[in-house]
Design a protein around this ligand. Structure first.
Ligand SMILES: Nc1ncnc2c1ncn2[C@@H]1O[C@H](COP(=O)(O)OP(=O)(O)OP(=O)(O)O)[C@@H](O)[C@H]1O
Ligand SMILES: [Mg+2]
Length: 228
């Protein structure tokens, strides 16, 4: 069953402050992802992997093409959807793990992690229990849970970020190098979370530079075409 269909997406960046230089990055990119499948974007540095992933979260607006998302019973095209629809899709359908945590000052790690589930109306007790479970599995020491993540190490921040992305059982997950700053033990914890998400039927698009991780989670590679 399709969850996500990318059709002929193109994106050219125009650098207005640098003489209007044009950088064509995506050209007619097409990709379909089914429930329970993990597709890994593959290509050299600068080939547009993050650009495509950000477009799937509607952070970037493509110049052409369609990004159809199965949102509950309806299909939404993120290229033409109004902002309120995009917010709705992000709240319940698409989870996003960026490479870096955007730290919110003075909000505790536990609160950062459980916020997306609280936003869906789940009780605070249930959210806190699920957040604690994820932070434990990701080896974030309990003494840190009530502190703001701004002073955490890079790897600790990344694990808070991953817990935040996995707290809701999203039907679609977008992962931009979630294991980049993690050691082998923590990478294995993330691999386990990804495999569980696949088993419950999540459609996953990810970028993984670590070949061992890629081999564990990828059902298929999507080769990035070089735009001319
Ligand atoms: N917001 C932006 N404005 C202008 N150019 C951009 C922007 N985002 C990306 N680019 C350009 O688009 C190209 C693709 O970048 P992107 O980050 O998608 O590559 P990538 O495949 O994820 O690379 P890496 O493996 O190094 O993360 C690069 O040449 C980059 O300079
Ligand atoms: Mg990238």
């Amino acid at each position: 069953m399709n969850r996500l269909r990318v059709e002929n997406v193109s994106k050219t960046f125009v650098l207005h402050h640098q003489n209007g230089v044009q950088l064509p990055v995506l050209q007619n990119a097409s990709l379909t992802v089914n429930a329970g499948e993990c597709v890994v974007l593959h290509g050299h540095s600068g080939s547009g992997k993050s650009t495509l992933l950000r477009s799937l979260y509607a952070n970037y607006l493509p110049d052409n093409g369609h990004i159809h998302i199965k949102h509950g019973e309806e299909w939404v095209d993120l290229v033409t959807a109004p902002a309120r629809k995009v917010i709705e899709v992000r709240r319940s359908t698409i989870g996003w793990v960026s490479q870096f945590l955007r730290v919110i000052p003075r909000v505790s790690a536990l609160d950062v992690v459980m916020q997306p589930l609280l936003d869906l109306g789940v009780s605070r007790e249930e959210c806190a229990a699920k957040a604690a479970n994820l932070l434990t599995r990701l080896n974030v020491p309990e003494r840190l849970w009530h502190l703001a993540p701004s002073t955490f190490s890079g790897g600790e921040q990344q694990r808070v970020n991953i817990a935040h992305g996995f707290i809701v059982d999203y039907p679609i997950l977008l992962l931009d190098e979630p294991t980049a700053s993690l050691d082998a033990k923590n990478s294995a914890a993330v691999v386990a979370l990804i495999q569980e998400a696949k088993a419950r039927g999540a459609a996953i698009v990810g970028i993984f530079h670590d070949e061992a991780v890629r081999e564990c989670v990828a059902d298929r590679l999507h080769q990035m075409e070089t735009a001319s």
